[in-house]
Design a protein around this ligand. Structure first.
Ligand code: SF4
Length: 767
């Protein structure tokens, strides 16, 4: 069979690693050179450049498979960023992983490859089934693959013994079909990546203002006077935000406050590459008015401090808070005022890890801004009391009526291109009765009413043997999740694991007793169906729903679209189903017509989504209509929680490098943090290092301490001195996920605590 030998990547000649502070603006020439290098490395000069001009464009363009930042409304020709190009060229690679590749490599051998080496092997080209006799994957045709899945699903003791996982890349149409199939099959086991990222945002905003989403759009970002950016590494995880930040400063002298234990590059200055004159003149724009570096978990205390400052100021400056708005639209103000009064400045400083004088500066910026947006990301959400922190953010916004008007409001920054659309279109393990009733009446099914399993619960159920079939739609479940060893074992205990993917990754080599890899079309590729070329839709962080259309030939003629794969599995599993799976696959307009029937806000979906830039889903809170238990925006009065690590311990957060998108690792570099060729590291405060007799790059063993008393240790990491507050430390995911205990998840959001891990660090014992 095999013609061309695929060399096993050499791990012997590891390139030298280093770390030096980065002294250049965000984006700028660094990003331009990086894009050039990526296009060269992936040997995609021509197609890569073509993609640059097609990406994020409403007239027949495709949506970047990266983060969920909205498309520019000013018709920017190059509405892209460096990382967007990485995501797209990574998908467009000419490297292929087909039967030849799998014939040469056992799964046991592939387990030794790094995450980078696995994905860099190339695009999957045909369905593969695991052969336990050879420990290799063999080719299988689609029908047999669907039959194998159907056989396992139908053999389960109950539908709840299967779990259907979604990663945030799945289109709205495939999302709708996937949840429809799971519910027609009989389960609400619909875990998704937002169970690990913004579940807290949804629950907090629902309680405070009666919606699970932010209320701002890009027009608000282009018409505000101040922006607070909390727990976001902008230049890496939402790079196009730099445009809004830079333009705001240049056009309106907008104020920007960054709140983050690490001062990331966007909290210094930036040059946005499409500003040619700025690039030629090396003329950067300062994208920060103030940086606050709280301890890990100190965000709520800072917000409480800002509120306390305003309430104290309001005794002499009546316009410090908007009492008329508060009286007309909110509930619980008096109790909140009292809890702020009873929270001492000493306690605020202690919990924030920031002196009150710095908090006063942030509060003064907030007070002097007629309109303000507060945005946040995983640095705020992946904590025990994130729901209370996000409700405190909303409290601060309500005090000055910063909601329901242009240039103001709460804005969670989503990290995956359609993670918000997944939840909107039905991926929810805790569905409301209202939604299920609408779905049943529109689709003629009877959905189960019992709530299903989220991501952590799915892992625990697989480990206990209660879930025997795991289906992963995109993503890299094995690497994205906490407690790596436990999760690996849980996946291996399944009777069948199925992954629908574009590229090889860790989840394909950590598999169940039987396993399938089903290759799907990429976002950049033509999706030809019986009714012609199809378009999909996605929903960005700001509730804009828009089209995406592939622009190039698929990586292989054997690939299927996500919609076709769901329909194939459904028809094989439910041969008597009255759901027109084949019709849906043939023409996605028919899926959208059904979605228009079932989903609130999608009326006339097919007509409205064909408008330039699509349409914005209605947001009642944006119109000051609050679907809360009080019918008003609710102040929350949570106590300030203890964010300090136990004495002698550190609080660790996991984070991503600049050369990484979620679990996809593009290299061992992290340009903006000055790191070269090193991922097994822990950023530590210099004094914390000295206290432990550690020098730069010493080998260390890191141990985490779970609430249940268990410990987890990873060894032979390198310590890297970094500007991070005392008592705080940071390491990369997925490498440090092994330290995140499966049982340590938030009682408020059920999110695993990926940024709140109690650790200790010791010099490595000589090996
Ligand atoms: S900002 Fe996000 S969506 Fe936009 S091009 Fe970059 S990665 Fe893609």
């Amino acid at each position: 069979m095999p013609k061309k030998k695929t060399p096993t990547p050499k791990s012997s000649n590891k390139p030298k690693f280093s770390q030096n502070d980065y002294k250049h603006p965000a984006a700028a020439w660094g990003a331009a050179f990086s894009v050039g290098r990526v296009l060269l490395e992936q040997r995609e000069i021509v197609e890569g450049v073509e993609a640059v001009f097609k990406m994020n464009h409403e007239d027949g363009g495709f949506d970047c498979p990266g983060c969920a930042w909205p498309d520019d409304r000013k018709g920017l020709k190059m509405d892209i960023c460096e990382n967007g190009i990485k995501h797209v060229t990574w998908e467009m690679t000419k490297k292929r992983v087909g039967r030849e590749f799998f014939f040469e490599h056992t799964v046991t051998e592939l387990l030794e490859w790094s995450d980078f080496q696995l994905e860099d092997a190339g695009r999957l080209t045909e369905p593969m089934v695991y052969n336990p006799n050879t420990d290799k994957y063999d080719p299988i045709n689609w029908e047999d693959a669907f039959s194998l899945i159907a056989k396992h699903l139908k053999a389960l003791p109950s539908a709840d013994a299967a779990s259907f996982y979604t990663s945030g890349r799945l289109s709205n149409e495939a999302t709708f079909l996937y949840q429809l199939f799971a519910r027609e099959f009989g389960t609400n086991n619909l875990p998704d990546c937002s169970n690990m990222c913004h579940e807290a945002s949804g629950r907090a905003l629902m309680a405070s203002i009666g919606t699970g989403k932010g209320t701002c759009d890009l027009n608000d970002w282009q018409n505000t006077d101040a922006i607070f950016v909390m727990g976001v590494n902008v230049a890496t995880n939402a790079p196009r935000m730099l445009t809004a930040l830079g333009d705001g400063v240049k056009e309106r002298n907008m104020k920007i406050v960054h709140i983050n234990p690490l001062i990331e590059v966007a909290a210094t200055d930036a040059i946005t590459p499409h500003e040619i004159m700025d690039m030629l003149l090396f003329r950067s724009t300062k994208t920060s008015s103030l940086n606050l570096q709280p301890r890990i978990g100190g965000d709520m205390a800072i917000m409480r401090g800002i509120a306390k400052y305003l309430l104290e100021l309001a005794e002499t400056d009546v316009a410090a808070i908007d009492k008329a708005f508060i009286d007309k639209y909110t509930a619980g103000f008096e109790s909140y005022r009292d809890v702020c009064k009873s929270t001492s400045w000493d306690e605020i400083e202690r919990q924030a890890g920031v002196p009150r004088e710095e908090i006063f500066k942030a509060a003064a910026i907030y007070r002097s801004a007629p309109r303000c947006i507060i945005s946040w990301c995983l640095g705020v959400t992946q904590h025990e009391f994130a729901v209370d922190t996000i409700r405190e953010i909303t409290n601060v916004l309500l005090l000055r009526a910063n909601i329901g008007r242009e240039g103001a409001g709460p804005c969670p920054i989503r990290g995956h291109s359609n993670v918000q659309g997944n939840r909107t279109c039905g991926i929810d393990h805790r569905p409301s009765e209202d939604w299920l009733a609408r779905l049943d009446s529109a689709c003629g099914i009877r959905s189960p009413r019992e709530h299903g399993l989220d991501t952590v619960q799915t892992i625990e159920a697989m480990y206990k043997g209660d879930v025997g079939v795991f289906i992963g739609m995109g993503g890299n479940f094995a690497s994205a999740t906490p407690d790596t060893e436990y999760t690996f074992e849980a996946l291996r205990r399944c009777g069948l694991t199925v992954h629908i993917s574009t590229k090889l990754n860790r989840s394909h080599v950590v598999h169940g007793k039987e396993a399938l890899i089903l290759p799907c079309l990429g976002r950049t590729e033509f999706d030809q169906q019986s009714a012609g070329q199809q378009q999909i839709t996605v929903e960005d962080s700001m509730s804009m729903v828009h089209l995406s259309k592939g622009m190039r030939a698929p990586a292989s003629s054997s690939l299927k679209s996500e919609c076709a794969i769901v329909s194939g599995i459904a028809r094989a599993t439910l041969p008597e189903s009255k759901t027109p799976w084949e019709k849906y696959t043939g023409n996605y307009d028919s899926i959208r017509d059904k979605m228009a029937e079932a989903l609130v806000g999608f009326e006339n979906f097919n007509r409205r989504v064909r408008q330039p830039l699509g349409f914005r889903l209605a947001q009642p809170a944006r119109e000051l209509i609050f679907h809360t238990d009080t019918g008003r925006a609710n102040f929350s009065c949570a106590p300030l929680h203890d964010a300090l690590p136990p004495p002698g311990k550190l609080m660790m957060c996991t984070l991503r490098s600049h050369d990484q998108f979620n679990t996809t690792v593009y290299s061992g570099n992290d340009r903006y943090r000055g790191v070269k060729n090193l991922r097994t590291l822990l950023f530590m405060n210099e004094e914390d290092m000295q206290e432990r007799n550690l020098k730069q790059f010493d080998f260390i063993d890191i141990t985490s301490f779970a609430k249940d008393g268990t410990e987890r240790t990873i060894k032979q990491f390198r310590v890297v001195k970094y500007n991070i507050p005392r008592g705080s430390a940071a390491g990369y995911m997925p490498e440090c996920n092994a330290l995140c205990p499966i049982g340590d998840y938030s009682a408020q959001s059920d999110q695993p605590l990926m940024k709140q891990v109690v650790i200790d660090v010791k010099p490595s014992q000589a090996t």
